[in-house]
Design a binder for this molecule. Sequence first.
Ligand code: SAM
Length: 229
Amino acid sequence: MDMSMPSAGLKSALFPDSGASDRARINALMEEVFQCAQGPGNALDDGISCLAQVLYLMYLARARKATSIAEVGFNIGYSSIAFLESSPQAKVTSFEINTEATVKSAKEFIDSRYPDRHQLVYGDSTQTVPAFQIPPSSEGFDLVFIDGGHDYPCAKADIANARRLAKPGATIVVDDLTPWFKWGIGPTTAWDEAVRDDVVTPLEYMSDSVAVSRVEGPAERAWAVGQYR
Ligand SMILES: C[S@@+](CC[C@H](N)C(=O)[O-])C[C@H]1O[C@@H](n2cnc3c(N)ncnc32)[C@H](O)[C@@H]1O
């Protein structure tokens, strides 16, 4: 987990980097939820987004005018904070398999900070995402973030199942396109197949906070942004 402040700005073609004040504010929020989730006796795993990615997700959601957002993989809520901070209108639905105290404490923090704007659906996303009912008043999610189970079958299922819940042309972000790490093989394979099969159109690849034409190692963090077709 890298909680350090990036010295350089994000270099994305999808939005302008909005600067230092956001970094300090979002970093403080991440520290707050971290302390809250850590609690006495709670143990954190290392599946946590870095500050640069949280800022990226916030700016992306804002630039795409996404207010109805779904994410697979909540953990301690960093990416939820990104989306909830993108706009006061943003609402987030998270799918999470882990029911331990760290997750529950983070959920309490999110609810106290963003009342009535966050829903957490517990269970295995390969079951809960297909079973999820979009309210009749909604056209579906306009942004989905795939960052749950990193094995290939799960990543593949999440990309396919989230499409049913998404508006046509919704934005999709798939994390961990880093096949040189063992946890990056599943998401990378699933993403490449989604592009090949015309499920998504790629918009941008990010590698260590810089937009690239194709992700290549070595990089610590890499993800893809696309649009559902
Ligand atoms: C990398 S973390 C998510 C980090 C979070 N999106 C963020 O950026 O702060 C991955 C999360 O996915 C959850 N997860 C793993 N397999 C899952 C599954 N099959 N269904 C739902 N959640 C799952 C894990 O419990 C873990 O909390």
